[in-house]
Design a protein around this ligand. Structure first.
Ligand code: ZN
Length: 318
């Protein structure tokens, strides 16, 4: 996982649990919907396990459960082989009194024992609880690319389409416009716009993450602006200068070949001024005439000079 992603995750997990009981349930519900699975252990008994590659998330799950329910769990550390060895944490909650209630309460399953992939409305009534739900979703399935990279990207990954659509809706309730996409067997709720990402991070209380994002964004924008200005000015300057120096060369050549006097009086005036002020723009050159003439008039006269010279230079083999 990327460093920035990990920093954001660590930051949220350092935060104390919310003092709102429903917030705790909302965060837990989101994590369980993404990383949890229900086991049917006999007719009445349900078990639950939560698998995560983050020790912090495993600890967070236990803390959230403990603060709302009187439920026991055991955590198993497993080693997985995926791009090198990784630890995987499996929070196992065996069948016990109160677990079925917790599962219904968190909207994992209906009382008719149907798996529930929607977001239980009771858990996200308040603004604080919506934010907590999104925080849980980020902890379990979220990642964010380093803001230094070319494009901004934040995503929440889940295996269930209905749940993903629910997250998009939940985000719209806090004024964040997310998009939904399918990647292999997974559903992605994602944000591509740095402002929306900043809003999401502040919603889930990842303020350090927001500061970092803003800092990098300012530097990036400043750099882009400087580059744009430099490129733009250099290009314009080169264009003006190269055209002007070409005119100067042509006028000098006309003089060398004694053709200068063949120009009309008005062209001569403009030509002399160009020789005297090779670095000024056409507009400024026009203002140097007396009376002043327009930029397009200057342009017209210089074009006539160039055309006139072509006739002779070509004949003279120059
Ligand atoms: Zn709340």
């Amino acid at each position: 996982m990327e460093r920035y992603s990990q920093q954001v995750r660590d930051e949220i997990m350092r935060n104390e649990l919310s003092s709102c009981q429903r917030c705790i349930k909302a965060e837990l519900s989101a994590i369980l919907h993404i990383s949890g699975s229900i086991q049917l252990a006999g007719k009445e008994k349900l078990g639950l396990s939560v698998v995560t590659e983050s020790a912090g998330v495993a600890r967070r799950v236990i803390k959230l459960i403990k603060s709302s329910y009187n439920i026991e769990s055991v955590t198993r550390v497993e080693q997985v082989e995926r791009l090198g060895k990784h630890n995987r944490y499996n929070v196992v909650i065996p069948p016990q009194n109160g677990l079925n209630e917790m599962i219904y309460d968190l909207g994992m399953m209906t009382r008719e024992r149907l798996i529930d992939t929607s977001i239980r409305p009771e858990l996200v009534k308040e603004k604080c609880c919506r934010a907590s739900y999104l925080r849980g979703a980020f902890l379990a399935g979220g990642s964010i690319t380093d803001p230094h990279k070319k494009t901004y990207h934040l995503e929440l990954v889940t295996h269930n389409e209905e749940f993903a659509a629910g997250l998009v809706y939940l985000m719209s309730l806090v004024n964040i416009k997310a998009k939904l996409a399918k990647r292999k067997e997974q559903y992605l709720v994602y944000l591509k716009d740095s402002e929306a990402i900043g809003k999401f991070l502040s919603t889930i209380n990842a303020y350090q993450g927001v500061i970092k994002l803003e800092e990098v964004k300012v530097v990036k924008e400043l750099r882009a602006e400087v580059n744009r200005l430099v490129n733009c000015e250099t290009a314009n300057l080169e264009k003006t200068l190269s055209a002007a120096w070409k005119q100067v060369a042509i006028i000098n050549r006309l003089k060398e070949l004694n053709l200068f006097n063949n120009l009309s009086d008005s062209l001569k005036i403009t030509a002399e001024l160009r020789l005297e002020y090779p670095e000024v723009s056409l507009k400024e050159l026009g203002e140097l005439h007396s009376p002043p003439i327009s930029k397009s008039a200057v342009n017209h006269r210089l074009r006539l000079i160039v055309e006139f010279s072509k006739k002779y230079f070509d004949e003279a083999g120059n």
